[in-house]
Design a protein around this ligand. Structure first.
Ligand code: HEM
Ligand code: HEM
Length: 125
């Protein structure tokens, strides 16, 4: 699979959802989900677009196992984190039960970002 394309296309899907939620918040006046909106746009669209452009522009960056692991860790982590945060902010789940689960998927994103940083360090030397 093409890591750059994956990040760019999925990032733009997050932007569509983020804009939709922003418009809904603006129209309804209910800003409960503002942190979800912020992270859909930033952790989803902005960060994924930067990854997508970098994997396309920096020679060798998209080669090897690290980019694939980074891609899946970020995708799974961001999706579950944002769904969990939405349920938490809407009061559908208790913080005590969802908190540890969110922590695990935050670690997915952190692990992916460590791989990204190591790979970037090696390929831009
Ligand atoms: C048409 C598109 C958008 C609309 C209608 C919209 C609307 C909103 C609304 C109503 C809020 C809540 C403000 C508040 O509660 O104080 C908000 C917060 C926020 N939005 Fe958007 N937004 C849009 C696009 C974006 C984009 C593209 C980004 C980032 C790339 C973004 C980043 C943020 C952030 C970071 C916050 C949180 C600010 C804070 O809590 O201080 N938004 N937006
Ligand atoms: C796993 C990754 C991340 C976690 C766990 C996380 C967690 C948090 C938390 C707990 C808050 C405070 C929310 C509140 O007070 O309501 C916050 C706010 C914020 N974060 Fe993140 N964040 C992450 C990634 C990012 C990234 C990658 C960006 C930007 C590229 C970002 C931008 C922001 C901004 C702008 C705010 C303030 C907006 C708001 O209060 O809604 N975050 N984040």
């Amino acid at each position: 699979m093409n890591i750059s394309r994956g990040f760019l296309v999925i990032g733009s899907l997050y932007l569509l959802v983020g804009i939709g939620l922003g418009m809904h918040m603006g129209a309804s006046g209910d800003h409960t989900l503002a942190p979800v909106h912020a992270h859909i746009n930033l952790l989803g669209f902005a960060v994924m677009s930067i990854f997508g452009l970098a994997y396309r522009l920096i020679p060798g960056l998209a080669e090897g196992w690290m980019p694939k692991a980074h891609f899946w860790l970020h995708q799974i982590g961001a999706l579950i984190l944002l769904i969990g945060l939405t349920l938490l902010m809407l009061g559908k789940v208790e913080e005590a039960s969802i908190g540890p689960i969110l922590g695990i998927f935050e670690l997915f994103i952190l692990a992916g970002t460590i791989l990204w940083t190591v790979n970037l360090w090696k390929r831009t030397a």
